[in-house]
Design a protein around this ligand. Sequence first.
Ligand SMILES: Cc1cc2nc3c(=O)[nH]c(=O)nc-3n(C[C@H](O)[C@H](O)[C@H](O)COP(=O)(O)O)c2cc1C
Length: 215
Amino acid sequence: MKILGISGSPIKDSNTDRALKIVLESTSLKSEFIKLSDYTIGPCDACLACIKTNRCIKKDDGVMLAEKTYKADAVIIAGFTPYSSLDSRTKTYMERLYPLRHRHGLMADKPGAAIITSAIPHGQEGMLPAAEIGIQAIKNFMIEEGMKFIGGVSLLGNVPCVRCGQDGQCQMSSLKMLHGPDATPESVGINDFENDPQKVAELQQLGEAIMNSLY
Ligand SMILES: Cc1cc2nc3c(=O)[nH]c(=O)nc-3n(C[C@H](O)[C@H](O)[C@H](O)COP(=O)(O)O)c2cc1C
């Protein structure tokens, strides 16, 4: 048994990456962690060359990633939510699994799960529910491919503004947009999901649920 974990986060050792690693470890099975920003992968060109072969003709890492995904016994997809929708790397990766669909439904019955890290606190007035939108995007992909959606966990991450060093001078501060006009990087702080034991438990339970779905 081998579980594949895909992270769309380009940030080094991000909340997204660390959360995915907890789920992978909690399956107690052999696993592989893939960070999409380490690879070159472009979107599906809708050329339909994959219809008869179930293989993409593009010359990039999308072909290898689709093959790894096909061979994995379960797949966990972890993304984040720039502009309150699923990040482009994670979306591109899912599009490039399109070749596995035709005629045979090669992803059918494979267990899958979602992790989303977003910076908008749950229920924030006037903002789109970014976490739900991200989870739904991954869930919908899995359901359309006939996979078994096991579950999703959403986590609070960090707006890039908390680290940019320009907050005092910036007219576009997301910190102030989300936390009010007096918010500063110091008052908001860096959010590490590990400080929330309930979230860590949810991630561990998701890993265990994936393992149980395979036996
Ligand atoms: C260009 C850009 C736009 C972003 N816009 C949003 C947004 O609209 N909503 C949101 O929840 N987070 C937004 N974020 C923040 C990411 O969701 C945040 O970085 C995420 O929590 C990843 O955190 P992590 O690095 O701790 O894993 C944005 C990030 C970037 C880089």
